[in-house]
Design a protein around this ligand. Structure first.
Ligand code: SAM
Ligand code: DTB
Ligand code: SF4
Length: 341
């Protein structure tokens, strides 16, 4: 059966409901005074309205076709003393992951060259540390210098930093430091007990003060409530400056972690979180991060419509797998998306 849809004449008045949405108070302005009620209202509004707002904001600052392609490398795997309940690399979780030492600088740069050849413009190095030792930082600084010399944007995630360590990374040319708050302040203690969210915020302020771009987001599907997803966005959006980059990860369930048996999160909740991040932090890169392998193409498409504009590309994240590169290329083609220069 075909349904005849009468097109709205081009010169017809724009319905007031659309005018109201487009001109919603300060839509697209960078604010740091969000209330919980405001963020919750954005998050829970009807999905078409939320996606319309997110697309409107996205188009104010970005080309909606462009997606940044990043590659991740675990430069030091496993044996981490922190007890993050989601993580394959914590010594508190019996995941069977073999710990390894910090990689050689040259090996890391070989991987960076391969990432560049495959089309990545950003290279992110992750280490399973609570915080780096100063001597380890010498090697990481050499890696950052090498990655920059290849013309790639550099990102590192090494655990907690002192102000001095953040300064050294800045001097080496580091563009972004990733340090996630992971969830709301209220739920944080249910996920990690070996540090507090305030410890995380302290490192973020050292990173900010050193002049490095902040990459900070979280994970969904850890057993948190919708209010925690709202609380996480509220915390990020009310930082003194918004993170330049906000990764939103779907939990990768790892055998041997306390979250292994978690129920799957409704993908629409994931899309709502991405869209709310876009509306509340208009200029940030919103990164559709871990969890794409088990996500349908349609959910990923909704995330891009919701304002996500970066993905991790390549067969591996840190210790878990990522979608096949052919699938990603085909998906971008089908959606008319192009890699960000
Ligand atoms: N040790 C450093 C730290 O925690 O900041 C850097 C590496 S850590 C693996 C980087 C981020 O990856 C974590 O903050 C977390 O948000 C994300 N992550 C780790 N395991 C994950 C999982 N199983 N599913 C989704 N995201 C995960
Ligand atoms: C982030 O928020 N997600 C990336 C990146 N920052 C470093 C890491 C995802 C890790 C997924 C689990 C793993 O591969 O071990
Ligand atoms: Fe360690 Fe980072 Fe994993 Fe936590 S998330 S256990 S800090 S590697």
């Amino acid at each position: 059966m075909s349904i005849a849809v009468e097109a709205r004449p081009r010169d017809a008045a724009i319905p007031s409901s659309i005018q109201a949405l487009a001109s919603t108070h300060a839509l697209g302005t960078v604010r740091h005074d969000w209330t919980r009620a405001e963020v919750a209202k954005v998050f829970t509004q009807p999905l078409p309205d939320l996606l319309f707002q997110a697309q409107t904001v996205h188009r104010m600052y970005f080309d909606p076709r462009e997606v940044q392609v990043s590659t991740l490398l675990s430069i030091k795997t496993g044996g981490c003393p922190e007890d993050c309940g989601y993580c394959s690399q914590s010594v508190h979780n019996e995941t069977g992951l073999k710990a390894s030492k910090l990689m050689d600088v040259e090996k890391v740069l070989t991987e960076a060259r391969a990432a560049k050849a495959a089309g990545a413009t950003r290279f992110c190095m992750g280490a399973a540390w609570r915080s780096p030792k100063d001597k380890d930082l010498d090697a990481v600084c050499a890696m950052v210098e090498g990655v920059k010399a290849l013309g790639l944007e550099s990102c590192a995630t090494l655990g907690m930093l002192t102000a001095d360590q953040a300064g050294r990374l800045k001097e080496a040319g580091l563009d972004y430091y990733n340090h996630n708050i992971d969830t709301s302040p209220e739920f944080y203690g249910k996920v990690i007990t070996t540090r507090t969210i305030d410890d995380r915020l302290e490192t973020l302020s050292h990173v900010r003060d050193a002049g490095i771009n902040v990459c900070c987001g979280g994970i969904l599907g850890m057993g948190e409530e919708q209010d925690d997803r709202v609380g996480m966005i509220l915390t990020l959006a009310n930082l003194p400056a918004h993170p330049e980059s906000v990764p939103i990860n779907m939990l990768m369930k790892i055998d041997g972690t306390p979250m292994d048996g978690n129920a799957a999160l409704d993908p629409i909740e994931f899309v709502r979180t991405v869209a709310t991040a876009r509306v509340c932090m208009p200029k940030a890169m919103v990164r559709l991060s871990a969890g794409r392998e088990t996500m349908s193409d349609e959910t990923q498409a909704l995330c891009f419509i919701a304002g996500a504009n970066s993905i991790f590309y390549g067969p591996k994240l840190l210790t878990t797998s990522n979608p096949d590169q052919d699938r990603d290329r085909a998906l971008m083609d089908r959606l008319g998306l192009v890699p960000m220069a």
